[in-house]
Design a binder for this molecule. Structure first.
Ligand code: NAP
Length: 310
């Protein structure tokens, strides 16, 4: 059945389209660059009327670094709210039978939690650094539920940690956290740089998801949308994190960077530990095998070696 990927030109969207096309799923990509702005409901309606997708993977968002979403807080809220409403209104009008799959960033979990459990999603405030963007991720969940209540539109929410892997931006200011780190080391090794500075102490522990793994989960849903357990939001979780120091060691080994690595203790660390509870995921996807971090880092490194200008 035809799958429409909103945000198909972005980091996550490109990984999703790659995996679906490889598996023979008929895919259509949509983004502003491809002619459809989700804030413009009429133009989204025209697209959906024409394409009539059975599945919609919603990888479109106005997102950026912590610094960016704070500086642009109002714009980020306005754009993402309009995109969410535009998408659900257009789906209701043109293809109410479509199943919507939403990756929802785990930054919208309460700031006080260190292990994210799905049922605790609403149990506290967002961290100030992600207030604007995180609020719209909570809104996405609420809007989807309201459109289901009134119009019967079905949505699946995957709560997703930071992703890394191929097809991200080559601009270190735009690439996502782990990708930015990997690209920094790839560049430093290629230019024989003598040292690399890392912000913070290196102690915080975070969970990472290889973006092609997210795409494989989406593919499983598309192959079997009636599988039990999809009606509740699900962490794509492994209950496993690595400290920044451990990650850096892994990347140093992978890139064979020979220079000095120094940690800038004057920069803030954030919360000491944030990982995803994996019990619900294991119940719904018992056979799913995640790509080991070392393999994912190697693949991301190969991607950056192939695209980075030196
Ligand atoms: N990356 C991660 O680590 C991560 C982790 C968890 C969850 N997620 C979630 O996954 C989704 C995608 O993230 P990403 O990292 O792939 O972001 P990204 O690389 O910035 O891609 C965003 C996509 O959205 C499109 N877009 C932006 N504004 C639009 C608009 N007004 N109308 C239509 N399309 C628009 C962009 O294309 P144009 O600019 O051409 O429109 C682009 O294709 C987000 O919901 C994000 O929260 C990401």
């Amino acid at each position: 059945m035809k799958t429409l990927v909103f945000g198909g030109t972005g980091f996550v969207g490109r990984n999703v389209i790659g995996a679906l096309c490889e598996a023979g799923v008929e895919c259509v990509s949509s983004s502003r660059a491809e002619g459809t702005d989700l804030r413009d409901t009429d133009s989204v309606r025209a697209l959906l009327r024409r394409e009539q997708p059975g599945f919609i993977v919603n990888c479109a968002a106005h997102v950026g670094s912590l610094n960016y979403v704070s500086r642009q807080a109002a714009t980020v809220v306005v754009d993402n709210t309009r995109m969410i409403l535009g998408m659900y209104e257009a789906i209701t009008a043109e293809c109410p039978q479509a199943l919507v799959i939403n990756p929802i960033a785990n930054c919208a979990y309460p700031s006080t939690e260190d292990t994210f459990v799905e049922d605790h999603w609403w149990n506290g405030h967002l961290h100030r650094s992600v207030f604007s963007y995180g609020s719209t991720r909570r809104m996405l969940w609420s809007v989807a539920e309201c459109f289901q209540m009134q119009h019967g539109i079905k949505s699946i929410h995957f709560l997703v940690p930071n992703m890394y892997g191929p097809h991200d931006s080559t601009d270190p200011d735009k690439a996502h956290a782990l990708n930015a780190l990997i690209s920094k080391f790839v560049k430093a090794q290629a230019t024989s740089a003598s040292s690399i500075d890392i912000w913070g102490s290196g102690a915080p522990i975070r969970e990472w998801l290889y973006a092609p793994d997210f795409a494989r989960v989406v593919l499983e849903v598309i192959k079997n949308p009636s599988m039990v357990g999809l009606s509740e939001p699900i962490n794509i979780g492994q209950n496993f994190g690595l400290s920044v120091c451990e990650l850096v060691d892994l990347i140093v080994r992978a890139t064979q960077f020979k220079g000095r690595v120094s940690y800038d203790y004057s920069m803030p660390d954030g919360a000491p530990r944030k990982v995803m509870d994996d019990r619900r995921f294991r119940k719904v996807f018992p056979e799913f095998k995640f790509t080991p971090l070392s393999g994912g880092v190697d693949a991301a490194m190969a991607y950056y070696r192939s695209v980075l200008p030196y």
